[in-house]
Each structure stands twice: as C-alpha cells, then as structure tokens.
Ligand binder design. Sequence first.
Ligand code: IDP
Ligand code: MG
Length: 139
Amino acid sequence: MAGQTTFTMIKPDAFGAGNSGAIIKIIEEAGFKISAAKVTKLSSERAGQFYEVHKERPFYNDLVSYMSSGPIIAMVLKKDNAVEDFRTLIGATNPAEAAEGTIRKLFATSIEANAIHGSDSDDNAQIEAGFFFSRTERF
Ligand code: IDP
Ligand code: MG
C-alpha cells in the first residue's frame, strides 16, 4: 500500500521570489496536510549530503551551490498516496516539460531552479523527512 507521507522543499529561487505562500496554498488545496515545516538554510555540506545520490552527475556542484544559496522551506506532508500525488502536483523536473497548472510550470525558472522538491519514493520520503525533522517535530 502506498504511504501517506512525502517530503518537500520550497527551493531558494521560489522562496526568494516570494512565492512560498502561493505554493503552500496550492499544496493545501490539493489535499495535503502540513505535518512539519520550517524555514532553514542548507550549508553546502548539508546540500551535498541531501543530493548525494546525484554526486556523479554533471550538474551536482551547481545544484549544491544553488540549494545552499538562500533560505528554503522544508515540509513533511500527509495525504493518501502522498509521494505519487505530490510528484503529479509539482510536475516534471524540467519546467519546459511540466504539465499546465503544476507548481514547476507556474513557478520554476529553469531545470535547476525548479521551485520545489518532492520525494520519489516512500522510503526516501522517510529518509528526507528525518534529514530535517525529529519524530517529535512531526504531527
Ligand atoms: P527531481 O527533483 O524532479 O526528482 P532529480 O533528477 O532528482 O529531479 O534532480 C534533482 C534536482 O537536480 C532537480 O530538481 C533540479 O534542481 C536539479 N537538476 C536535475 N537535472 C538537472 C540538469 O540536467 N541540469 C541542472 N540541474 C538539474
Ligand atoms: Mg529526485
């Protein structure tokens, strides 16, 4: 059975542009409940750890510096079928390929500065939520 938890970050481009409120409104209107949330800033070391799976990719160094370039909002979200439904809501990695009405189509400025993160599996949702929040910080 699909899990009820996913993890997201409003990335530095979207936070810096003042789009956090509009993005959270879309997320809540889609039926997700916020289980934990905080404004924080990743160091380059922490951003590197978070994206460790991509360390052999050509865009890794740029991604790490972009993700540590400014504040983000980290959130744990709850909904039935959370991971898949949230990936649908945010749209394709490349905003040029993202469906109309998706968060990345609306707010991303490039394939790198693509406004928002969404976990890609139930296991990664738990790992990523744990990267930012202790169990007692999640409701
Ligand atoms: P996802 O965020 O849609 O799961 P991933 O392939 O896991 O996409 O990539 C992680 C992040 O790395 C993307 O959200 C984006 O910020 C960045 N990224 C992915 N592919 C590229 C690329 O080809 N060029 C630059 N940045 C990229
Ligand atoms: Mg990914």
